[in-house]
Design a protein around this ligand. Structure first.
Ligand SMILES: [Zn+2]
Length: 176
């Protein structure tokens, strides 16, 4: 059952995310859960309102309900750790009143960096979905694969490259 995870796309047209299941690129064994791939929500971030690179993240609870969102706020807050994933994880944990995010899914528009990949492992999140690959800093398959390192005690399911063209377009629009 696809859960109600489809939200307005980044351009604000409210067009939703058609065919999300088809867009899922499986980078780990097994079939993707039908409810995975709502990258459209993570893309629902303003591009031109701040000096921050537009990266968006959303955390969904085990029931598919949206727990928290985050966007990159490094410039806005002057905080080197204010990446979208970190902020979304913190807010999701605050929402649940617990640091463990078992059963939760984090969706982000860009392949996480080493810091965020480490935080995802620490949070015990069950599923990670990301959009564009980040060949310069990516730590979920590009430069490293932190979240699937068998030496660590937790490894989420990973779906990478979901709606990659749309997510990459967000970044291109920013840097243009
Ligand atoms: Zn990061």
């Amino acid at each position: 059952m696809r859960r109600a995870l489809e939200v307005a796309a980044a351009d604000g047209t409210g067009s939703g995310v058609p065919g999300v299941a088809d867009a899922v690129s499986i980078t780990s064994a097994g079939a993707p859960p039908a409810e995975v791939a709502p990258v459209g929500t993570a893309r629902g971030i303003p591009v031109d309102t701040t000096a921050d690179v537009p990266v968006g993240a959303v955390v969904y609870g085990p029931d598919g309900a949206e727990l928290a969102v985050g966007r990159n706020e490094r410039e806005l807050t002057g905080d080197p750790t204010a990446h979208a994933e970190i902020l979304a994880l913190r807010r999701a944990a605050a929402s649940l009143g617990a640091w463990r995010l078992d059963g939760c899914t984090l969706v982000v528009t860009l392949e996480p960096c080493t810091m965020c990949a480490g935080a995802l492992v620490l949070s015990r999140i069950s599923t990670l979905v990301f959009g564009a690959w980040e060949p310069k800093t990516g730590a979920v398959g590009s430069l490293w694969d932190v979240v699937r390192d068998r030496r660590l005690n937790h490894r989420p399911e990973v779906y990478g490259g979901v709606l990659e063209p749309e997510c990459a377009a967000l970044l291109r629009a920013f840097f243009r």
